[in-house]
Ligand binder design. Structure first.
Ligand SMILES: NC(=O)c1ccc[n+]([C@@H]2O[C@H](COP(=O)([O-])OP(=O)(O)OC[C@H]3O[C@@H](n4cnc5c(N)ncnc54)[C@H](O)[C@@H]3O)[C@@H](O)[C@H]2O)c1
Ligand SMILES: [Zn+2]
Length: 359
């Protein structure tokens, strides 16, 4: 078992990583309140709810609130339904919210915890690779609005994150690969040695070998914890975590039925890398390594077709846009990236076109 601390002064918290960790909950989480609400969905509950419930104190009042499976459940109406459940059960300010699931459950549950009676205790029990390496750490919580993704939310840190790596055994190939896209991201923006380690461990990671997985999750959480501790509210460094995301969000928005987040991020990362290759600011060999590693993890390295206008409109809505100017995270080498304001649309369009699959 391994512990990483997210250093945020009085809001610091541990990330516990290990196998079969739900059975260890009584020793890991010693100060749980007596009113507990588990938020999950039916798919995840079928696999992991019994083990979680069995690990909770006998004298606790435990509510289970299931939301639908899928991104559409990260909605204002699901949020309202959880509030109804908590209020109907007379849960007070000393209750705790437990998020058992992937990024959808975690983002919604976190926003519930941030806002129920102005904030209650919150525990993350992430069950997807993406949630274990990214969304459960760092305190970004949100729900979607018909006008856009994550438009309603709050920064709200959990009391603890408990990562039980065995959960990943039941994850689909596709969702597993999506998590790897975020793992690759950490190598590109922050840690060239980790990127090389990933290249050397493609087979083990694709086979979900416990040793390889444990290292990849641990290193990813360390990097995320370091970045969040240095810049909790995304005034600078934390923006690097958005590598590939501005392009990715445009793809996700236009193709929400067929492209998942990690896939869109993978293609978006290749576009960002191609832009820097064109500028002569990213060595060709680094560009090729980025593309090859994503491909080795069965991720798309070509973007689907969107018109020039669709790209422009979608990217203008990005939260990084300032005074109408596009800002992107761009890699200057494997292990290093920068936030840049880009004014030459033709260069961006050239990169997008070069990386778009031919029809
Ligand atoms: N808060 C953040 O910092 C942050 C960062 C990245 C992404 N996100 C958000 O995360 C969401 C995506 O998260 P995700 O990729 O985890 O998707 P998800 O939560 O939809 O989970 C993917 C699928 O896997 C299923 N599942 C979950 N755990 C499982 C398991 N152990 N075994 C079998 N099936 C399982 C789910 O039911 C779902 O169908 C997006 O809404 C995105 O905006 C948030
Ligand atoms: Zn992401």
């Amino acid at each position: 078992m391994h512990r990483i601390d997210v250093g945020l002064a009085e809001r610091s918290y541990p990330i516990h990583i290990g196998r079969q960790l739900f059975s260890e909950l009584p020793t890991l989480l010693t100060s749980l309140p007596t009113q507990l609400c588990i938020i999950t969905n039916p798919t995840i509950a079928a696999h992991y709810l019994p083990a979680l419930r069995a690990a909770l104190p006998d004298d606790a009042t435990v509510l289970v609130h299931e939301i639908a499976d899928g991104e559409h459940a990260k909605s204002l109406s699901s949020y309202g339904e959880v509030m109804d459940t908590l209020i109907a059960a007379s849960f007070n300010r000393d209750c705790a919210i437990l998020a058992l699931g992937g990024g959808v459950v975690g983002d919604l549950a976190g926003f519930v915890a941030a806002t129920y009676q102005r904030g209650v205790h919150f525990y993350q029990l992430p069950t997807t690779l993406l949630a274990q390496v990214d969304s459960s750490v760092g305190g970004k919580t949100a729900i979607n609005h018909p006008g856009g993704k994550n438009l309603v939310g709050a920064f709200y840190q959990p009391q603890a994150v408990v990562i039980s790596t065995d959960c990943l055994n039941t994850l689909s190939e596709r969702d597993y690969a999506c998590g790897l896209a975020e793992v690759v991201k950490y190598g590109i923006i922050y840690d060239a040695d980790f990127f090389t380690w990933l290249e050397d461990n493609v087979a083990g990671l694709n086979a979900r070998e416990p040793e390889a997985l444990a290292h990849a999750i641990r290193r990813s959480c360390e990097i995320k914890a370091e970045i969040v501790a240095a810049d909790e509210r995304e005034q600078g460094l934390r923006a690097l975590l958005n590598l590939g995301h501005t392009f990715g969000h445009a793809i996700e928005a236009e193709y929400y039925n067929s492209w998942h987040h990690g896939e869109a991020v993978a293609a978006g990362t290749v576009i960002a890398a191609h832009y820097m290759l064109q500028q002569g600011e990213l060595p060709a060999v680094d560009y090729q390594r980025i593309e090859a590693l994503l491909q080795a993890f069965h991720l798309p390295v070509r973007a689907p077709h969107l018109s020039e206008l669709q790209w422009q409109q979608r990217m203008q809505r990005d939260k990084k846009v300032q005074a109408g100017r596009l800002r992107f995270i761009l890699p200057t080498a494997i292990g290093r990236a920068e936030l840049r304001t880009v004014t030459d649309w033709s260069g961006v369009w050239q990169a997008i076109s070069a990386v778009t699959e031919t029809r």
